[in-house]
Design a protein around this ligand. Structure first.
Ligand code: NAD
Length: 357
């Protein structure tokens, strides 16, 4: 049970949501809205209900999944808010994973020029990553998170008890962001993680959440609008996002963290080829990620499409595709570039790693 303070909000970790009713009372809100999907309604809402006790609220339920992180779902949410005659002095509680947090925060921040919201992340990924840092938004066309804004919540409540009902695949997806945080900023946490050889039987998630959150907190605090240092958090995401976007269009979609795991292998390879990362570090990282994540079939015929998706990435400056490279385990360099040929070579490296040459 602890708290982490950022400039204008607090992250409460495992404090049983105890102070949530106080927040609601102190804010003199005229209405409380809870956003859920069908899974968080079934598994997480009963826990929240116990805490909220006598507090009345309006429930808005949307369909789960990245393919619903769209403007159409936002219209459904805004229509509900209009129908309920929601005013500016309402409070939005986002009870769910990164999709609910990103989209609920986006809807709240744009409704009547912005109403307050609180993030209650219920997946590992949203607990260590998506719920803090103020990035909100939705996917548009084939491009992930292409419409959105920066806006901080009033508070974040991270409760590891929600993870008890989370499927293993979702836990493993969130674990990719924990790996990423260690690789860019914390070599000792990497040592701890690389000793976890059987993720399926691992159950001490609470021990990993706080150190991982602290890394993200430290980075976003220094660079809230991603002008420099915060780009470190994009390690694995340039290639990962492109692979995720492409996979979304197929009948074999990838979870966010599964795509980032692919991106981290490829971008570690690029870091090595550009002379920043040693061969032994590359091997160590690749072997561990390969051991933890299943192979995703990448088709060399899709490499051009992947490059085009990378070119559309909002992290780019001008025409060059922007990367964060590792300079060792626990250190990195932002604003890096490389040739298209090398990017394709890194995708081939991923394939060979799993399939052998
Ligand atoms: N804003 C940011 O800084 C940031 C950072 C990283 C990722 N993201 C975004 O986060 C999203 C991915 O988030 P995610 O991995 O949490 O996926 P998600 O929100 O789709 O949730 C995954 C699945 O788990 C279910 N679920 C959630 N909590 C549960 C629980 N406690 N028990 C059982 N089922 C539960 C959900 O209904 C869903 O089916 C992506 O859209 C990504 O772009 C945002």
């Amino acid at each position: 049970m602890s708290t982490l303070s950022l400039q204008d909000y607090t992250i409460h970790i495992d404090d049983d949501l105890q102070s949530l009713p106080d927040y609601i009372q102190q804010g003199y809100y005229t209405k409380v809205i809870v956003l859920v999907d069908e899974n968080t309604k079934a598994h997480c809402l009963p826990i929240l209900d116990k805490i909220l006790e006598n507090q009345t609220y309006t429930l808005i339920e949307i369909l789960s999944g990245e393919n619903h992180k769209t403007i159409e779902t936002c219209c459904q949410i805004w229509t509900n808010l209009m129908h309920e005659q929601t005013g500016r002095k309402a409070l939005f509680l986002n009870l769910g994973g990164g999709v609910i947090g990103d989209m609920g925060g986006f809807c709240a921040s744009t409704f009547k020029r912005g109403i307050d919201f609180i993030q209650i992340p219920t997946t590992l990924l949203s607990q260590v990553d998506a719920s803090i840092g103020g990035k909100l938004g939705i996917d548009f066309g084939a491009i992930k998170n292409s419409i959105g804004l920066f806006k901080n919540p009033k508070a974040v409540f991270v409760e590891s008890q929600f993870l008890k009902t989370l499927p293993f695949g979702e836990l493993r997806s969130g674990y990719a962001e924990i790996i990423k945080h260690s690789l860019i900023a914390d070599a000792s946490q990497w040592q701890q993680l690389s000793a976890i050889s059987d993720l399926k039987s691992y159950d001490n998630w609470a021990a990993l959440i706080e150190p991982s959150l602290k890394i993200k907190q430290t980075v976003v605090q220094q660079d809230p609008f991603e002008k420099g240092l915060r780009k470190a958090l994009n390690f694995g995401h340039t290639i990962g996002h492109a692979v995720e976007s492409l996979a979304l269009e197929t009948d074999q979609p990838l979870l966010h963290g599964e795509a980032i795991a692919i991106g981290m292998i490829c971008e570690s390879y690029l870091s090595h080829k550009k002379g920043h990362l040693s061969a032994s570090n590359l091997n160590e990282i690749s072997q561990y990620i390969q051991h933890t994540y299943d192979y995703y079939p990448l088709d060399s015929n899709d490499f051009d499409d992947l490059l085009n998706l990378m070119r559309n990435d909002k992290k780019n400056k001008g025409a060059a595709i922007n990367f964060t490279f590792l300079t060792g385990i626990g250190t990195c360099l932002v604003d890096q570039t490389c040739s298209d040929e090398l990017i394709c070579e890194s995708l081939e490296y991923y394939k060979k790693l799993y399939l052998g040459s």
